[in-house]
Design a protein around this ligand. Structure first.
Ligand SMILES: [Zn+2]
Ligand SMILES: [Zn+2]
Length: 144
């Protein structure tokens, strides 16, 4: 592990390795239908600002999921790695991609109104609906 909170991360097979510096050790879970399709569950992500540095982009797949965002994955094993807001170059990295996950805490759940009824986290969190998320961060655009 490097200094200043930078953590190493990888996909399941190791074909994609990258480093990222979380802004804080807080995890947000996104329950939106796109994240659930993409990750096979809620997307547990850490805000890493613009700090992501991929070592070997040859195996990094990029799916443009909306006008403003893309979802990056391993072309070999399919691991979902990070969601990126294109214009602002902000990365939300899967907490599960990090080699070391000590100190992280689940603090927020977003798109709580899209969460299916068959699971629920017991953690005490701040919960936001999709409408609240867009009002707070996106100026009212549709999700993606
Ligand atoms: Zn892989
Ligand atoms: Zn989502």
């Amino acid at each position: 592990m490097a200094e200043s909170g930078t953590r190493s991360a990888s996909c399941l097979c190791g074909a994609v390795r990258f480093a990222a510096t979380p802004k804080d050790p807080e995890i947000s879970a996104c329950h939106c239908s796109m994240c659930r399709k993409w990750t096979a569950g809620p997307f547990l992500a850490v805000d890493c600002g613009s700090s992501v540095k991929v070592e070997n982009k040859a195996n990094l797949g990029v799916y443009r999921s909306s006008a403003w965002a893309e979802r990056c994955f391993c072309r070999q094993c399919g691991s979902a790695l990070f969601y990126r807001l294109i214009e602002s170059d902000l990365y939300f990295v899967s907490v599960e991609a990090f080699d070391e996950r000590g100190g992280f805490q689940l603090t927020t759940q977003v798109f709580i109104d899209d969460k299916p009824p068959y699971y629920a986290f017991a953690n005490a969190t701040t919960n936001m609906t999709g409408a609240e998320v867009f009002a707070a961060f996106m100026g009212g655009q549709a999700k993606g």
